[in-house]
Structures are given as C-alpha cells and as structure tokens.
Design a protein around this ligand. Structure first.
Ligand SMILES: [Fe+2]
Length: 210
C-alpha cells in the first residue's frame, strides 16, 4: 500500500519479510566461506520478495493498465523469489543443533518404512538427487494420505506439491557447494549434507503434520 506523507513523498507501506538468522554449528565438509556465500544469497531472495511486492504496488498506483504486462511478469516471478527465500530457511535450519542421527522408531521412520521399505529415506533422497539439473530434493509429508513424497524441484518453485509441508530440503544448486566442490564432486557435498543434518528437526517437522 502506498501512502503520501506530509511532504508529498510517496511511501510503500506494507509488511515486509526479514531475513532470518540461523544458529549454525561448524559444519563438516561445508566451509564457513561456503555458508557465508550461501547465506548472502538467501538474503538476496528475501530482499527481492520485498522488492517485487513494492514494485507491483508502485506500478499499479502509477498506471495499472499501462503497466499490466510488467505487473503480470513480476507476479510470475514472485514464486521463484518467495520459494527461494522459504526453501533456504528450511535448508539452513536443518543444520541447527546438529548433527543428530535419526531416532529409532520415530513416526518419521515408520512412515519411511511404509513408503520406501528397505531402501530408507537417505538412500532414496540420494537416488532422487542424482537427477540432472539444478534445484532441490524435497521430502514432503502428505497427512491426508499418511505418506511421504520425495521429489526434484526445479529452480525453487517448479514441481512443488501444492499445500504439502516440507519435511526436508536438500539444495542442489551449484551455489550450495561451489566454494568447496566442483560440480563433478556433487556427491561429496551430499555426503557433507547428511553428515551435518539434525534429524531431530526433520522428525519434528513430520510429527507436527500427523
Ligand atoms: Fe541455495
């Protein structure tokens, strides 16, 4: 929403998102420089979520009809920036308090056993992570069917499952590991991801959905 102050200056007055801070331990196999670069990129997504909302409001207020194509393209862009923001929040918070191994007999383990049987969740995620392209491996819970889905999401927003809560998010953009590994070493980065993850966070995300 735009407001004009006493000096006639137009201000954009709406809620804005603030970048979260994460209490990250030292990670094995993922350097501090890599984490710093990645966090800065996350903050960029937060900035651009706010910027898109602001630009749409400004364009609408100045000439909604004349700017219709620009506004429409900004709206298409919003999912990329928003999911880029939110997916990184899922990603970084998985390392907080870690590494913690999975809890034997947890509700998540039972759901994993029903869905993936002997393969297990980590092995299945590694299988999906072998997909070509940049994006994410995302594990969703589907409480309505009492099951899980593990999918490859292109960019941040293409292939997401509508309305399903994210249980685990593995960033497979090259920016997530390029400081420490070359693309051919993606597997080493995935090893590091699993070496640092706090499965307690993942299990808790699942438990609140059931
Ligand atoms: Fe990322």
């Amino acid at each position: 929403m735009l407001e004009e102050d006493s000096l006639g200056v137009i201000h954009f007055n709406s809620m804005t998102y603030t970048a979260k801070t994460f209490n990250l331990p030292t990670l094995a196999g993922i350097s501090e420089k890599q984490v710093a670069v990645h966090l800065a990129l996350y903050e960029g997504y937060v900035k651009h979520v706010n910027l898109i909302m602001e630009k749409i409001a400004v364009l609408k207020s100045s000439d909604a009809d004349g700017n219709a194509y620009i506004i429409a393209e900004l709206r298409r862009r919003f999912g990329f920036e928003f999911d880029g923001m939110r997916m990184h929040e899922h990603y970084f918070s998985q390392f907080e308090g870690g590494p913690i191994p999975p809890t034997p007999g947890s509700a998540l383990e039972q759901a994993v056993s029903r869905k993936y049987e002997d393969q297990g969740l980590e092995a299945h995620i590694r299988e999906v992570a072998g997909s070509r392209g940049i994006g994410w491996v995302v594990v969703y819970a589907d409480p309505s069917a009492d099951t899980l889905h593990t999918v490859f999401v292109n960019d941040h927003e293409l292939g997401t499952l509508a309305g399903l809560p994210v249980i685990l998010a593995l960033d497979l953009w090259e920016h997530a590991y390029m400081v420490d590994y070359v693309p051919a070493e993606k597997k080493n980065y995935i090893d590091a991801f699993f070496a640092n993850i706090n499965w307690g966070v993942v299990e808790k995300r699942f438990e609140v959905t059931t």
